[in-house]
Design a protein around this ligand. Structure first.
Ligand code: CUA
Length: 159
């Protein structure tokens, strides 16, 4: 079979591009811990405010020292705001929405999730550096999407 030189070049270029994309996924997952969420938990979006956990969102410290942050994302704010967590300890975020799809991203960190009505999004991360971080909604959710944000305060470890 005779394959034209130009065709060979394009075939090689396409194969190289696929290799680069695969490598990017492997590097992102391996070196930067960028992974798809794997937690599936459902919640009735119409009763979020009466839910024992999401009815009173906030920050809770477990006996083992780990921290759980329950957040409700709705048009067009996050509750609680500000969110205060300690540095250097695992922080588990649990998020849901009573209205539409929102996003939850802590700028400059790997904390990033979609917040989908009917589901609880959960991920755990550790913030090494104390300081104030900006939280943004990164899923278009309506007229004031661009205003939807919060502040995450990472406090210096006390012990
Ligand atoms: Cu909430 Cu965009």
């Amino acid at each position: 079979m005779n394959v034209d030189l130009y065709e060979k070049i394009w075939m090689a270029a396409a194969a190289a591009l696929i290799a680069v994309f695969l490598l990017a996924i492997i590097v992102a997952a391996g070196a930067y811990a960028v992974q798809p969420p794997s937690h599936v938990e459902i919640i009735d979006p119409t009763t979020v405010y009466d839910h024992p956990e999401f009815g009173a969102p906030g920050v809770e410290t477990r006996p083992d020292g780990s921290v759980v942050v329950t957040v409700v994302a709705e048009m067009f704010f996050f509750d609680p705001d500000p969110i205060e967590v300690p540095a250097g300890r695992p922080v588990t975020f649990r998020l849901t929405s009573p209205d539409v799809i929102h996003g939850f991203e802590v700028v400059g960190t790997n904390a990033n999730a979609m917040v989908i009505p009917g589901y609880v999004s959960e991920f755990t991360t550790t913030f090494a550096k104390p300081g104030e971080y900006m939280v943004v909604c990164h899923e278009y959710c309506g007229m004031l999407h661009h205003n939807m944000g919060a502040t995450l305060v990472v406090q210096e470890a006390t012990e």
